[in-house]
Design a protein around this ligand. Structure first.
Ligand code: NAD
Length: 258
């Protein structure tokens, strides 16, 4: 039977890249995320037509546990199983700890960390029952090292790396693997906004800030792409990835090698 994947936050950026890569590899895809309804429908129908797979869309808000449960139930109803869960939805906000708004802390923890927990909790009974499953958490280089002004994001991403290890240990002999991918800079809307904010603050250009952003953190002055990350996710989901579990894999231009 065709395997099915849920990719949270797949209306944009890395999630969309991973959804496309999994679709190209033959998985049915449950898309999720916010955005313009007509645009999302275009992506959904386009993906199904291009790759000859089934697609559906869940409007689940990943900060809401009940929405996540419904998304998982809807996936099983639409495709007959849930074999892969990619926890990718995420947001960012930057400020010093003492200035960090409580509501931003709560939102980042809810989406970037608790959302993954609730998704994993909902898919595990199905994956264990069928004796096969792949869970991939999109963490970050910030799951392994810190940067100033990103307290909630760094806490959530370190948390997701820890959660990845627990899920891996508990499922070592169930046929379910759980791994994290830790991207460095990827030029998505989430990063574009940080670059534009820096240019406005520093009175410089977007191009200059792109170079500055890369060279501050990454020995390699080059963005990873959603397609690169998609290929890694496809590998982790393959049968050749069956003994890789509990790892946090950087794809970061050398960021955490320092
Ligand atoms: P993006 O802003 O392009 O996409 C984020 C996606 O998450 C969108 O589809 C958005 O609709 C969805 N989303 C946001 N809040 C949601 C919610 N409450 N419920 C459901 N969906 C929601 O961002 P991106 O750069 O593609 O980031 C994707 C993931 O990759 C995030 O977890 C991010 O932390 C991580 N990441 C990104 C980078 C980077 O450089 N871009 C680096 C490391 C890690």
């Amino acid at each position: 039977m065709t395997k099915s994947a849920i990719v949270t936050g797949s209306t944009s950026g890395i999630g969309l890249g991973i959804a496309n890569s999994l679709a190209a590899a033959g998985y049915n895809i449950m898309l999720n995320g916010f955005g313009d309804a007509a645009e999302i429908e275009k992506v959904r129908s386009g993906m199904a037509a291009e790759y000859g797979i089934k697609t559906a869309y869940s409007p689940a808000d990943i900060s809401k546990p009940d929405d996540i449960k419904k998304m998982v139930a809807d996936t099983i109803e639409a495709f007959g199983s849930v074999d892969v869960l990619i926890n990718n939805a995420g947001i960012q906000f930057t400020a010093l700890v003492e200035d960090f708004p409580d509501e931003k802390w709560n939102a980042i923890l809810a989406i970037n960390l608790s959302g993954a927990f609730h998704g994993i909790k909902a898919v595990l009974p199905h994956m264990k029952k069928q004796g096969w499953g792949r869970i991939v958490n999109i963490a970050s280089a910030h799951g392994l090292v810190a940067s100033a002004q990103k307290v909630a994001y760094v806490a959530a991403k370190h948390g997701i790396v820890g959660m990845t290890k627990v899920v891996a240990l508990e499922n070592a002999n169930t046929g379910v693997t759980c791994n994290a991918i830790c991207p460095g800079w990827v030029l998505t809307p989430l990063v574009q906004k940080q670059i534009e904010d820096r240019a406005a603050k520093n009175g410089t250009t977007v191009e200059a800030e792109k170079t500055a952003l890369l060279s501050e953190k990454q020995p390699m002055h080059k963005f990873s792409t959603p397609e690169h990350l998609g290929a890694l996710a496809v590998f982790l989901c393959s049968d050749n990835g069956q003994t890789m579990t509990g790892v946090a894999l950087p794809m970061d231009g050398g960021w955490v090698a320092q």
